[in-house]
Design a protein around this ligand. Structure first.
Ligand SMILES: [Cu+2]
Length: 144
């Protein structure tokens, strides 16, 4: 009797190992599928397919200036901004007409997302007193 029990335990242990191995194989296959799908989506993005994640625009603020004089985005598409403030004092990213208002702390990075922008030309500025006058102004062009 004892021997039979031992054999059964050994067999179930072997089955557990097989199940574990199967799980690992499935995991690897799923991972590969996800990677393949991501590659496919990236390939389709240029073809006018619905973008899953918006393109991120990095805007650096340094020495009381925005890194770009002009930002261009597409109307109606999600806009993802990565605001990177390299100054030792706070700034903000404001577009009054679109209701975009983002505060940036000193030496800090903030991510912000906006959507559905009507075409046009808008003024970007920093709302901290004196900063706009000192040159913290840029232009946002929303293209059709
Ligand atoms: Cu500022």
């Amino acid at each position: 009797m004892q021997v039979t029990t031992q054999v059964q335990e050994k067999e179930s242990g072997w089955l557990n190992n097989l199940a574990l191995l199967g799980g690992i194989v499935m995991g690897v296959l799923l991972f590969g599928l996800v990677i393949a799908r991501m590659g496919l989506l990236n390939g389709l993005r240029g073809g006018g397919a619905t973008a899953v994640s918006p393109e991120t625009i990095i805007v650096t603020t340094e020495n009381m200036q925005f890194g770009q004089n002009i930002l261009r985005v597409k109307a109606g598409e999600p806009v993802s901004l990565a605001l990177d403030n390299k100054d030792m004092y706070g700034h903000s990213f404001d577009v009054d007409e679109l209701g975009w208002h983002v505060q940036m702390n000193a030496n800090d990075q903030v991510d912000a997302e906006f959507t559905a922008v009507p075409p046009g030309t808008y003024t970007i500025y920093c709302a901290i007193p004196g900063h706009r006058e000192a040159g913290m102004v840029a232009t946002l062009v929303v293209e059709e």
